[in-house]
Design a protein around this ligand. Structure first.
Ligand code: SF4
Ligand SMILES: [Zn+2]
Ligand SMILES: [Zn+2]
Length: 315
């Protein structure tokens, strides 16, 4: 068995940054220390915050739930965090996740709130994707889901009265988002990526991503080190995303040249100081169709439904 550099316990893994062998306990301590450092560097949380955790039941959000429960919220009461679960209505995927989510939220004893697309939009994601294909739209299931999930999470955060919305996006996701916007030539979205929580307009709950500097393999190791139970069935639409091509490319680069991912995020961090990101967007409109506050005359959800010719209720 390989020797560790931390103590006399057997080696669990090699730290990606220092390349030193660490035992299970010291790996977890280092992981948690790095996440706490990210939270404080980007001023993600204030003591009075009530956190909404966008919870899918998958490994990343379960690892974040474990981190909040065992590291950050030990000295606070359980009403400082609410799990916000979005039920998109994806057959063969979400039903089994919801079962696991119920067990996990009981184990951690946090309140959970389920927001379903059917309740919010009057149709499941499966139905909306079907309709979109029929209309000849080239939008991927993930592009549709992304727009609808954002609204659903914001709706859930207001319902649960949270002050910050945490998601388990990790270093891999962040690097992919940066590169994706670069490749699409979308300067606006490239500039809007921010790791410090920003209230873009009054009805939008600021988002935080505490795992933004830890990689997906590190999260898997953390989840396994803590024997976490999670939902591991992949979403049937996952392979349709453009993100998939970028994920494959970046993970090949990371394997060949470690630190590729963190370099992308750090360069974006350095460039961010030149971007002006107003706390409150100067021009906001009430959507002409659903009345939701938005930066355009018609909100992205109503634009989407118009594009695919779907008359769906928007709560
Ligand atoms: S993989 Fe795509 S469709 Fe599936 S939950 Fe994620 S964003 Fe939605
Ligand atoms: Zn050790
Ligand atoms: Zn609208």
């Amino acid at each position: 068995m390989a020797e560790t550099s931390c103590c006399s316990n057997p080696a669990y893994t090699k730290d990606t940054k220092t390349r030193k062998n660490l035992c299970r306990q010291h790996f977890c301590e280092l992981f948690e220390k790095r996440v706490k450092k990210t939270i404080s560097k980007y001023k993600m949380l204030a003591p009075e915050d009530h956190i909404g955790l966008g919870y899918s039941g998958g490994k990343d959000s379960t690892a974040l739930l474990h981190f909040f429960s065992n590291v950050l919220l030990t000295k606070y009461s359980k009403n400082k965090l609410t799990l916000i679960v979005v039920d998109e209505g994806i057959k063969g995927y979400r039903e089994s996740a919801l079962e696991i989510i119920k067990n996990i939220s009981m184990k951690y004893n946090f309140r959970h709130l389920i927001i379903s697309f059917s309740e919010l939009y009057g149709a499941t994601l499966d139905e909306i994707v079907h309709k979109s294909h029929e209309s000849g739209s080239s939008l991927s299931a993930c592009a549709i889901c992304g727009i609808l999930r954002r609204r659903a999470l914001n709706y859930g955060s207001h319902k649960a009265k949270v002050t910050k919305m945490a998601t388990a996006h990790n270093l891999d996701d962040e690097a992919q988002t940066i590169v994706m916007n670069l490749l699409r030539g979308d300067t606006g979205k490239f500039k809007r990526i921010t790791r410090t929580p920003v209230k873009r307009f009054s009805s939008l709950i600021p988002r935080i991503r505490p795992f933004v500097k830890v990689s997906e393999p590190e999260i898997v190791l953390y989840a396994h080190a803590n024997n976490l139970e999670y939902h591991s069935v992949p979403c049937p639409y996952a392979s349709t995303a453009m993100r998939n091509d970028i994920r494959n490319f970046l993970s090949e680069m990371e394997n060949k040249r470690p630190s590729t991912l963190i370099n992308i995020v750090n360069v974006h961090d350095s460039l961010s100081q030149f971007f002006t990101t107003p706390e409150i967007t100067s021009t906001t409109y009430s959507c002409k169709i659903c009345k939701e506050l938005t930066t355009q005359e018609i909100c992205p959800v109503c634009q989407l439904f118009e594009k695919i010719g779907l008359k769906v209720k928007v709560t």
